[in-house]
Design a protein around this ligand. Structure first.
Ligand SMILES: [Zn+2]
Ligand SMILES: [Zn+2]
Ligand SMILES: [Zn+2]
Length: 729
């Protein structure tokens, strides 16, 4: 036992707790150093950690305690409010505090760097500039325009405002060099809102009023069909928040796919719009993170991880497309940005808006329980009709590359009208399997329990699970005949079939294989918007909020995959995807949506297509209630992978025993092998803990984690806890 000043430091290791250290130079510190980064020794290395507490004693002895090496910060990098949220994340997701606190920092900050935030400058005319204005020859049109603008303004003008008037950056630089214009450090802007020139619908106005009036914690679910103007509601409620001097956070599933959102936000507000996305360099990411901390008012627009950007005056959180699975991190710290956003709003006592045309069943359940408040936008702005999807029964139909004659005819008719076609197929590659025509052997991935995918253009077979690739096999390894043929259809083959059938039109493909880079994606989207592309083939990438105004026919090539899946969420996701894709069409003109299926009689598919999403969601929730699945209960999965299947099984079996000791309010299932029992040469097993009481479930997981942390086989198993998992097979 040691008595004296001790700092508790969260360090980036899988250790469950923060570690005790003596302060730097053993100089006593106070609570003001909580949230500061500090360099500490850890084993043979030194690492950067964050101080999470200051204590007056430690259970370690004086000898065991090591001293911190040096302070990185003189001011806390993380506020107590921020640390409180991270602590909750650590507890709720059973994740080590160090991995949460350090792992959610931008990489550059985690490594101890503190990049300077770029200073923002405004511009004003010098006295030399005033004189020059009169003498300027008329051919210097650009320079004259700039000097004219500045000469009528009493205040320095921002770069953004100048650019909005068509002034080029090069012109500003030239006139600065000549001494006619000078830059001054920008004074903080007062939130100025550019009011839209159009009016909103009654429903939109009601939603805006309700959200803008909320002065404390409240969760609003904005349910609006695609095209009903959810974004306008977001923008006007953000405006109301900015005008009170506060900050707003807008989270979206994808930024690259929806450049329109970013553009609309920047155009509307004269405050800094800080965009956080995956293409930023580590330095940019850290700069923007720090900028958000010091800019008020401002808007942060970003994907999942932007949720953790510190915003000391946060007044509103909005999550667009809240049902989207990209809000759940599927590796490392498996958090749900939606659920953490609600928690953050609760801790700050501010409103949060969850928007979607197809809300998740969890969110709808919370509406039903009265925890969340529903706001509905039922009409499309401008009155356009939401197309009624129609089924094409594939039974006994001849198919060409997965396309029925009925769909091909509809495509032809649409092209004849000079309109665009969008075909949705959530399967990359040429074909999902390679099969021997003689003996039926299917080429497997040697490392996984899965068949390889054919990528014809590259003459490759790839495994989409372990990412390995090989040259295409020619000869069956079982019967030695050269009769291997691709079966099933992926986007690559669909593209080939379409180019064959409609050689005179331009077909483009949007999936991870073809638009891996932002540049490539922008180029393809450009082709779509200019009308140069006639047919668009895409995976789930096209279902994410992108607006294709020229599309009047949407075809869902294969709706059957999810109908009889063992994953209980597969149907929910399929329903959301079909409606999201359907929503891409007919915003300006009436459109058609055709769904190809072998099972048009499937009751839930039928409900979805005839009665719409709310009815579909109700039926699905009812079905889950009967078997006690979420949202009527809560789940946690513990997965373990090992080179030897027995190790993973034995490891999890001991957790099951510990979990079962909790009592009858907690169900524990397993260990069972994962749907893909082998992946990348490791055997995968899992257990599921399920309870209708969150606290009981938490108790059970705590016991399992204790067992795992001390288990003799822990060195042979990779294991993790997934709270509220989206993937359960
Ligand atoms: Zn064979
Ligand atoms: Zn594989
Ligand atoms: Zn049938």
């Amino acid at each position: 036992m040691y008595h004296g000043c001790v700092i508790q430091v969260a360090v980036p290791t899988p250790l469950r707790e923060a570690l005790d250290y003596l302060p730097v130079g053993n100089q006593s510190v106070g609570v003001e150093c909580i949230g500061c980064r500090v360099r500490v020794p850890l084993g043979r290395r030194t690492v950067i950690g964050v101080v999470v507490a200051v204590l007056s004693e430690s259970s370690l002895s004086n000898k065991q305690l090591k001293a911190a090496i040096e302070w990185v910060d003189t001011q806390p990098l993380l506020s107590s409010v921020q640390l409180k949220l991270l602590r909750w994340v650590s507890d709720y997701y059973h994740a080590p505090i160090g991995e949460v606190v350090c792992g959610l920092l931008p990489k550059a900050l985690r490594e101890g760097l503190t990049p300077e935030v770029d200073t923002v400058y405004d511009y004003q005319l010098t006295s030399a500039g005033r004189l020059a204005l009169d003498a300027l020859p008329s051919r210097s049109r650009c320079q004259r325009q700039l000097l004219d603008v500045l000469s009528v303004e009493q205040q320095p003008v921002s770069l953004k405002a100048l650019q909005a008037q068509g002034v080029k950056r090069s012109t500003i630089n030239t006139t600065c060099d000549k001494g006619w214009v000078e830059s001054v450090e920008a004074i903080p802007v007062v939130a100025e809102v550019i009011h839209p020139t159009f009016s909103v619908t009654t429903e939109q106005q009601q939603a805006i009023d309700v959200i803008a009036d909320a002065k404390q914690f409240d969760v609003f679910v904005l349910e609006g069909v695609t095209g009903s103007g959810k974004t306008e509601v977001y923008l006007q409620t953000i405006a109301a928040v900015l005008q009170t001097g506060k900050q707003a956070l807008l989270l979206v599933p994808e930024i690259g796919l929806t450049p329109q959102t970013q553009q609309r936000v920047s155009e509307r507000f004269q405050v800094p719009v800080i965009v956080m996305h995956s293409q930023l360099t580590p330095k940019q990411r850290a700069q923007r993170w720090l900028q958000a901390q010091s800019s008020e008012p401002c808007i942060v627009l970003g994907t999942r991880s932007a949720l953790f950007v510190p915003l000391p005056k946060l007044g509103l959180i909005i999550l667009d497309e809240e049902h989207d699975s990209s809000f759940k991190q599927q590796s490392g710290l498996r958090y749900s940005a939606r659920d953490v956003a609600v928690k953050r709003a609760h801790q700050l006592n501010i409103p949060v808006v969850l928007g979607s045309a197809t809300p998740s069943l969890e969110t709808l359940h919370n509406v039903q329980l009265g925890r969340y408040q529903s706001l509905v936008l039922s009409e499309r702005v401008g009155g356009g009709q939401m197309p009624q999807p129609e089924c094409i029964d594939l039974c006994d139909q001849p198919l060409v590359g997965g396309l029925s004659e009925a769909l091909l005819n509809a495509i032809q008719a649409t092209l004849d009208q000079q309109e665009q076609v969008l075909l949705f197929l959530n399967r990359r590659g040429y074909a999902p399997a390679l099969l021997c025509h003689q003996c039926g052997w299917v080429v497997p991935c040697p490392n996984c329990d899965a068949s390889i995918t054919v990528h014809q253009a590259k003459h490759q077979m790839r495994c989409h699970h372990c990412q390995r690739m090989w040259p295409l096999l020619r000869v069956c390894q079982q019967c030695k005949q050269a009769e291997l043929m691709p079966v099933g259809v992926g986007t690559e083959q669909l593209m080939e079939v379409l180019q064959d059938r409609f050689p005179e039109v331009v077909t483009v493909r949007i999936d991870r294989d073809t638009v891996g880079s932002q540049k490539r994606l922008d180029a393809v989207l450009g082709q779509v918007h200019s009308g140069e592309a006639n047919i668009i083939v895409g995976t789930q990438m096209v279902a994410k909020g992108h607006h294709f105004s020229g599309v009047t026919l949407v075809g869902v090539v294969d709706a059957d995959g999810a109908l009889y899946s063992t994953d209980f969420r597969a149907l929910e996701h399929m329903g959301q995807q079909i409606l999201q894709v359907a929503g891409r069409s007919g915003r300006e003109k009436a459109g058609r949506v055709l769904i190809q299926t072998h099972h048009p009689e499937h009751p839930l598919l039928h409900t979805l297509l005839t009665s719409g999403y709310p009815e579909f969601a109700r039926a699905l929730t009812e079905e889950r209630a009967q078997v006690g699945l979420p949202p009527h209960s809560h789940q946690v999965i513990v997965r373990a992978e090992a080179k030897d299947a027995h190790h993973a099984q034995a490891f999890l079996q001991d957790m099951v025993t510990a979990g079962l000791s909790i009592g009858r309010n907690l169900s524990v299932f397993g260990p069972i092998s994962a749907a893909m029992a082998k992946r990348a040469n490791r055997y995968r097993y899992q257990i599921i803990l399920q309870s209708s009481q969150r606290s009981v479930l938490q108790q059970g997981v705590v016991r399992c984690v204790q067992v795992g942390a001390q288990h003799p086989l822990k060195g042979r198993c990779q294991w993790y806890v997934d709270v509220d998992p989206l993937e359960t097979i």
